[in-house]
Design a protein around this ligand. Structure first.
Ligand code: PLP
Length: 399
């Protein structure tokens, strides 16, 4: 394999096409897909040297594979991270990023507003292993400060949050974490690596569900953890090498090809997101449209200071509670009902009965996830067609 090292002068879009490329002796243009679980050695001595770490060739695809390695390198270049580790899913990335840093007796502070499974990890799973957790209002920097204890090791948050787009001041919270001797882990899924750069704002670790915009076409599950070389090598690698939630080389290949178009796709998603949010806000029976790029978002100024554009997720309420929200969903013809997001296809979900159904009604109410709330992931269809579909559904729901 021959590396084609990225030039330091290359800009983001160039790196997204070429970053991390390694070519075999055949000189292929497109990245090769190495669907292999293991590797053969020329001699017993070579096998011994690889296992001792004296020879840096591949050993076993649970922890090293050329196609996965290309994806990791391209992601690290995109994020501006020293290193990356790809995982089987976004949840494998979230749980592993946290587990790699924590041990029994430690304390974590996490935002209350998290994707349902992320909240489960912080609130229910980590305490089972002796890691205590305090949940705070992520928008309130004083609450992060007040939650710190002597044994606080990690702050964990999403910004904007799933589903209703609360925004955290990343720089302020990173400063508080560091003063308390903790590290900040940011799940940057909603913002995407194109529109927000948490490491530049002080975060220590960034995680993604690559299942979302990074694949962007609803085909493959995947995740990635990004941070310093020492964190990935000394904390993440030992955990994942032995626990094994590895990204499949096939999925890494799909993701690599998707990265080539990520910048263009995400910006187009966001242009349509802004258009659709404005259109929704004008529809009778549609209330509380939340979109970070709109001036009426409660944290619009902060969101726009941290993000280049408002992204492609819009949350809103359909007047008339769950019944009206379901009527709206069932009337849609182009936008499809699905709990996934970041897809080329526009997708919509009712968080109270899907992604956040595990939370009690009180916990949902605290997060502003009402029975009339819907979360829309604006796709790459013509924005006018998306708007027309939503407007027709709003009319039916209002009847
Ligand atoms: C913010 C956020 N983090 C993590 C995940 C989990 O990703 P995956 O489904 O790839 O495990 C999701 C999935 O919806 C998400 O929205």
């Amino acid at each position: 394999m021959q590396d084609t090292p990225s030039k330091t002068s290359w800009r983001q879009r160039t790196r997204l096409v070429h970053g991390g490329t390694m070519r075999s002796q055949f000189g292929e243009t497109s990245e090769a897909m190495f669907l292999t679980s293991g590797y053969v050695y020329q001699s017993a001595e070579e096998a011994e040297a690889r296992f001792k770490g004296e020879d840096d060739g591949f050993i076993y695809s649970r922890f090293s594979n050329p196609t996965v390695g290309m994806f990791e390198q391209r992601m690290a270049e995109l994020e501006g991270a020293e290193a990356a580790w790809a995982t089987a899913t976004g949840m494998a990335a979230v749980s592993s990023a946290l587990l790699a840093m924590l041990k029994a007796g430690d304390h974590i502070v996490a935002a209350k507003a998290l994707f349902g499974s992320c909240r489960y990890i912080a609130e229910e799973m980590l305490p089972r292993f002796g890691v205590s957790c305090t949940l705070v209002d992520g928008r309130d920097s004083n609450a992060w400060q007040a939650a710190c204890r002597d044994n606080t090791k990690v702050f964990f948050l999403e910004s904007p949050t799933n589903p209703n787009l609360q925004v955290t001041d990343l720089k302020a919270v990173a400063d508080i974490a560091h003063k308390a001797g903790a590290r900040l882990v940011v799940d940057n899924v909603f913002a995407t690596p194109i529109l927000q750069h948490p490491l530049e704002l002080g975060a220590d670790v960034v995680v993604y569900s690559a299942t979302k915009h990074i694949d962007g076409q609803g085909r493959c599950l995947g995740g990635v953890i990004l941070g310093s070389q020492s964190y990935i090598e000394e904390e993440v690698k030992p955990l994942l090498r032995h626990t094994g939630p590895a990204m499949s080389p096939f999925n890494a290949w799909v993701m690599l090809k998707s990265l080539e178009t990520l910048d263009m796709r995400v910006r187009e998603h966001a242009r349509s997101g802004a258009c659709v949010a404005d259109h929704l806000a004008e529809q009778p029976g549609i209330e509380n449209v939340l979109y970070p790029g709109r001036r009426d978002h409660p944290q619009h100024t902060l969101a726009m200071a941290q993000m280049e554009m408002g992204g492609n997720i819009v949350a809103f309420d359909v007047r008339g509670g769950k019944q009206a929200a379901f009527k709206f969903l069932n009337a849609l013809q182009l936008v499809r009902i699905s709990n996934n997001l970041g897809d080329a296809k526009s997708l919509i979900t009712h968080p109270a009965t899907t992604t956040h159904q595990r939370l009690s009604p009180e916990a949902r109410a605290e997060l502003g996830i009402s029975d009339s709330c819907l979360r829309l992931s604006v796709g790459l269809e013509d924005a006018q067609d998306i708007c027309a579909d939503l407007a027709a559904a709003a009319q039916i729901a209002a009847r």
